[in-house]
Structures are given as structure tokens and as C-alpha cells.
Design a binder for this molecule. Structure first.
Ligand code: SAM
Length: 345
């Protein structure tokens, strides 16, 4: 739980499920600003985190929720915050009467509840189902939060895709339709506000580099899932790709680069061709602890780590990477986050 979420939620009433599903406040605040309008409906408002942020930015908010207890909590949370511009409708967002009651709102948002029924996410796992909402609601301006890991190929081509990460971790995939669209696709890093935007003219092919240079960088997951690494590398010409999979994207370069999309940075100290040589070098570095930053079968992680830490009596922590059977010893370095650099757009 983030500190901000805790602070806001400290004053809220909620059930565990309602809290777990609630929109992180930093995302709710960002979106309330992006969707600032005259009147907005929140279909499936839950305990009200997003709806109440909407109320701070827009003139009129209508919160729709089909769970009685959560609707009551949302009402009480509005009271606690002294918010008076929210109307509450307890009911099903796809019910004809509810749709009629919302005819005059100019913007519609929904963060549906979700339950995976197959291997991957599909729209039928979401309630209310966004595809049904689009058919039922006349409003042109609609936005949905959908699962971050849902295949973008399932999303209609004319919906904007916005991959939102918080402190470097991909949190959600937001979509915007009609007049709300600003980009085809982007990755947004919060709280920095930095955004990488899809460029249709850029080649999607990224060349891998053979071995680490002076610095190693762990990237924000939103760049992998949005497929916007080419755009990021276009901006950061000094960086090249070392490794990429669903768990992590590692870049390398000769210069120290601070950027909010860089979640962790490391400076390479040395390399070794074998475990034995790596251990000798760890002693020279006065290491006491190692953190393995390469893929290890989780059941073998501690065994491998212990074998590397055997005989170490120092006090520093060394990060170990492995590429093409060579071990690389590295130190943690500054990032934009811990050196408080941000370039809001
Ligand atoms: C992910 S939560 C929304 C959380 C909310 N954004 C917040 O910040 O607290 C989804 C909510 O939609 C409600 N819901 C699901 N299907 C619905 C429907 N058809 N009509 C109205 N509410 C619905 C659920 O009860 C749940 O509270």
C-alpha cells in the first residue's frame, strides 16, 4: 500500500475487497485532471476513490454502484471529505433505467470489477462489460480501465491505450474513446508525469547489444507492455538493449542517465568468467551480501545466493548479473526517483 493511499484511505470506510479494487490516489488524481469536465458518471464507483477525485476537478459527478454496502461507503467517504457535488445511483450500470438517468452527463468513466475466467483477460471478464457500455451509452466521451495485462489486440483499434505505472510498476491500462482521445498509445510514468508516446514512423525492431557497458538500467514495466521501447530508445540514444522479457527490461550505456522510466540503475564494477572467480572478486570488493539479478529458478535462488556468499565477511551489497555465461558485479546507483529528478510534461 502506498503512503498516499494509506493517508487518504485512513479516513475512509471500506470493505477489504472495495479497498483492494480501488484506484490508487495518484492515478485517480491524474485522471480526474485529464477528464475534467462539466458532468461525469463513474460506472462501478466502488468505495469512491476515483469518483471523489472527479468531484474535486469536475462540476458534477454521478457515482453508480450495484453493491449496496460499497455505495453507502462511497456516500460516507464523500461526506468525510466534505464533497457535495456527487449524486449516487445504486443500481446496475447496464440497466436501461440507469442508462436513461445518465443521458445528460457529458463524460462516462468506468473501472470495472474483474474476474479472470480463461488463460488471458477478455472483456467478458469485466463488469460492467465495456463493450456493452459503449453500445448502451450515447455519450461519445468514454474511458475505461481494463486489466494491464489484457492483450491490446482485443481492444478496438480506435481506442486510445494508456499504460500507467506507479513508481516504476505497471498498474493499469486505461482506454479513451471519442473526444477523450489524445494519443494512439502511450506509457505514462507516475508520479513524475513523464510520458512516452507511440510514433508510427519508428521501426519497431530493436537491436540487442552483446555485453554490459559501464551502467545497467532496469526499466519501468509500462515500456515492455506498451511496446514503446523503440520510442524510449529514440530519446535516449546512449542506451542499448541488453535483455528483455515479461519480468524485466535491461538497458546498458556508457553514461549515467537519470530518467523516471529508469527504475533501478547499477554501475558495473567487474566481471568474472566463473562462479569461483566471481567469489574472489566479491571478497576483493569487501562484499557481505549479494543480490542475484539474473533469472534463477525461484526454488534454487537461495541455494545459489548462499553458495556465492560463502566466505564473504564484508559489509557491502553487490548485485550480480549474468550474460552469455559471464558474471557481472555491480553497485546500485542513483535514479531519477531517489535523486528527485522529474520532467513533467
Ligand atoms: C474496480 S471497482 C471500482 C473502484 C473505484 N474505481 C475506486 O476508486 O474505488 C469496480 C466496482 O464496480 C462495481 N460493479 C460491477 N459491476 C457493476 C455494474 N454492472 N453496475 C454497477 N456497478 C458495478 C463493483 O461492485 C465494484 O465496486
Amino acid at each position: 500500500m502506498t503512503e498516499v493511499k494509506k493517508q487518504l484511505i485512513d479516513k475512509f470506510v471500506f470493505d477489504d475487497e472495495g479497498f483492494r479494487m480501488s484506484t490508487p490516489p495518484q492515478i485517480a488524481e491524474y485522471r480526474a485532471k485529464r477528464l475534467k469536465t462539466d458532468s461525469i458518471a463513474d460506472l462501478g464507483s466502488g468505495i469512491g476513490v476515483q469518483a471523489l477525485y472527479f468531484a474535486l476537478a469536475s462540476r458534477r459527478v454521478v457515482a453508480v454502484e450495484n453493491d449496496h454496502k460499497r455505495m453507502e461507503d462511497c456516500r460516507k467517504n464523500a461526506e468525510t471529505m466534505g464533497i457535495t457535488n456527487v449524486e449516487f445511483i445504486e443500481g446496475n450500470a447496464t440497466d436501461e433505467n440507469v442508462v436513461k438517468m445518465l443521458r445528460d452527463v457529458d463524460t462516462t468513466h468506468s473501472d470495472p470489477s474483474r474476474k479472470k475466467t480463461g488463460d488471458g483477460w477478455s472483456f467478458s471478464d469485466l463488469s460492467p462489460n465495456p463493450l456493452e457500455v459503449v453500445k448502451l451509452y450515447a455519450s461519445e466521451n468514454i474511458s475505461f480501465d481494463i486489466p494491464a495485462f489484457m492483450s491490446p489486440s482485443l481492444v478496438p483499434d480506435d481506442w486510445e491505450l494508456e499504460y500507467i505505472s506507479l513508481q516504476g510498476e505497471l498498474k493499469q491500462l486505461s482506454t479513451y474513446l471519442g473526444g477523450l482521445k489524445r494519443f494512439k498509445k502511450s506509457a505514462l510514468n507516475l508520479p513524475s508525469g513523464n510520458r512516452i508516446v507511440y510514433n508510427k514512423d519508428l521501426s519497431r525492431k530493436v537491436e540487442y547489444t552483446e555485453r554490459p557497458k559501464k551502467w545497467l538500467y532496469d526499466l519501468d514495466g509500462s515500456l515492455y507492455y506498451s511496446g514503446l521501447l523503440p520510442e524510449f530508445l529514440q530519446e535516449k540514444k546512449d542506451l542499448s538493449l541488453l535483455h528483455q522479457d515479461r519480468q524485466k527490461t535491461l538497458l546498458t550505456g556508457e553514461k549515467l542517465i537519470l530518467d523516471p522510466f529508469i527504475v533501478r540503475s547499477y554501475s558495473v564494477i567487474d566481471s568474472a568468467i566463473s562462479l569461483e572467480e566471481a567469489r574472489k572478486k566479491l571478497i576483493l570488493e569487501k562484499a557481505g551480501k549479494v543480490v542475484l539479478r539474473y533469472s534463477v529458478d525461484p526454488s534454487k535462488y537461495y541455494e545459489e545466493r548462499r553458495s556465492m556468499e560463502k566466505g564473504l565477511v564484508g559489509s557491502t551489497t553487490i548485485y550480480i548479473f549474468k550474460f552469455r555465461n559471464r558474471y557481472y558485479l555491480a553497485d546500485r546507483a542513483a535514479t531519477a526517483e531517489n535523486s528527485k529528478v522529474s520532467n513533467k510534461d
